[in-house]
Design a protein around this ligand. Sequence first.
Ligand SMILES: Nc1ncnc2c1ncn2[C@@H]1O[C@H](COP(=O)(O)OP(=O)(O)O)[C@@H](O)[C@H]1O
Ligand SMILES: [Mg+2]
Length: 396
Amino acid sequence: MLSSFQEILSRSSIFRDRNVLSPHYIPSTLPHREKEISAVMSVISPALKGEKPRSLFIYGKTGTGKTSCVKHVMERFEEMKNDTAKMCYVNCRIYNTRYRVFHKLMKDNLPDYAKTGYGFSFFYEKIIDLMNSNGANIIMVLDEVDMVKDLDDLVYTLTRANDDLKAGGISIVGISNKLSFKDRLDPRSKSTLYETEMVFPPYTSNQLRSILEQRVKLGFSEGAVDESAINLAAAMSAQDNGDARYALKLIMRAAEIVDEEGAGVVSEKHVNAARKSVDEDISIEAISTLPQHQQIVLYSIASLSMDGGRYSKLIENNENYLLSGEVYENYLRDAKNFKKDPRSSRWYREYLNELEMLGLINTVESGKGMRGHTRLIKLAYPPVKIKSIIEKNMLE
Ligand SMILES: Nc1ncnc2c1ncn2[C@@H]1O[C@H](COP(=O)(O)OP(=O)(O)O)[C@@H](O)[C@H]1O
Ligand SMILES: [Mg+2]
């Protein structure tokens, strides 16, 4: 056990610069995205001549470099030091309503007035006044734009702003990884948002390999990561949606495992172990996005697994399977404890199907030795961890 900061800090590590592997790091060049970067630049370039750019919509699966490329373009844009246009980045996961998006605009442009006590129309008037007085264009980057709850209202407001403005204009760069969300939009918002469209394709295994090589060179001491480990992480991530974030996570976690072991070179063995651990994290993250009743069912399964169900008393060596009926009884009680009206058993069976599809539980039909047929349920992850995540979600 390392018991002082000195000991912990002097512990040897194969990382040279951990930052380079963090999800927030943006490398100075983004291999295999040269074409996309140049296309984004040309769509927004009119702003540098004082003209209002067309709106742009970027679609691509998660980890295809959308955020990094747009941020890279923003850095180049700022280097141009022009005063005819400004780009504003909004992460709609956080700023997920029209009000919050405008609040972010205020923070970036008029920080003195960016108090949440002010109403929406106050923000709106201030932004219009500001733009009328300096005649500049604003390019709003709405990242994960599908998260905005009142998106039709937001888009409508931005369109109206362009009518109200005597000079300058507001253009939108929308980014999303949800393909179907377009259909939910009002036709008017759709035509505003989708003036120009662009798709970021998933990375291939070879592309992921060079992305990883770039990062490994920057982040690790020489020889710390075996080439076969990079190849394996690239191949796994190419199969899994061509997601560069996942590929980087695999290498990061594999290196952490080597560090914990004390020394060595990151090899295929570590990447395999990293995959298990990363996949577990991802499934656990997914729990927080589940509808409440599914979370409660999962909660009941977790608590029952900790206490040991009736089935485990009936049959030895049952691998901790639970009876569907006893889980439902627990669900009825747990739902009440969380102050929710429990759903019928028909819904309950649907929830089990959903949870199984997400890989959070496994179910089998009971075999011999049981009266009739019942479904047996087993949790795919450690119950303590799952229980505490759901408790936190439900009590928020
Ligand atoms: N072409 C690339 N070169 C280097 N790193 C990349 C590239 N594309 C993505 N990444 C890295 O992968 C991770 C995910 O990229 P990101 O831009 O956040 O994807 P998205 O926004 O499409 O989900 C980030 O850590 C980013 O630095
Ligand atoms: Mg992104």
